[in-house]
Write a protein that binds this ligand. Sequence first.
Ligand code: OAD
Length: 233
Amino acid sequence: MIGDIRNIVILTGAGVSAESGLATFRGPDGLWEGHRVEDVCTSEALARDVELVHRFYDERRAKLIEVTPNAAHEALAALDRAWGGELLIVTQNVDDLHERAGAKRLIHMHGELKSALCAACGKAVAWPGPLPPASVCDGCSRPSLRPDIVFFGEMPYEMERIDAALRDADLFVSIGTSGAVYPAAGFVQTARHVGARTLELNLDPSAGSFYFEESRMGPASKLVPDLVQELLG
Ligand code: OAD
């Protein structure tokens, strides 16, 4: 599997943060911290119950203080530091554990908990604490700040950069994601199309497992350090 590889794209999902103590989106009860994803992750939900949606993300943001990166985040950060070729870590996660472990070549395609987005002018601003509804944007002075989370139906961030990296990739690795949400779930098909090797690391087979040349099943805290060791020789 590994050999003759220069350019790597790594996609991560909630499974990479599960062992740090953050709930995945589609747990056994199908709920994300007691809520249906559709009730807290759509612009309709925000319009219907702004207090609920802001409170939900305030709680998720506050929880970040209680958790730390695990061995999978640490190993990916080590790979980022050491890898001489192109590398892009694309995370669907809105937590900050990859960057706290030290990863630099990182894109948060679904937004970030520690950021607020102005629904009026589109300016994003670092936001470490609670975000009351109607908080004022310092760019346009309107009371339009919302959580900087890509809701269902909205375009994920940096798709052009991600697509370019996928088209140059020799290896695409998907870690801890159920493959239920597009466009991320389709990255493996782009990677295959350009001839990249494709590898899935997950606790259970995902919805798109059959697209991957190789699937390794187990906890990310074990599989990811092993893979990084393999890649760095
Ligand atoms: P999911 O909750 O859908 O899937 C998590 C995956 O991680 C599952 O396939 C689990 O088997 C796997 N998993 C759990 N624990 C693991 C472990 N210790 N090691 C390895 N794998 C493990 O989460 P995502 O696929 O990330 O979007 O969800 C995708 C998107 O759906 C999220 O980014 C979110 C949500 O709607 C937004 O917030 C915009």
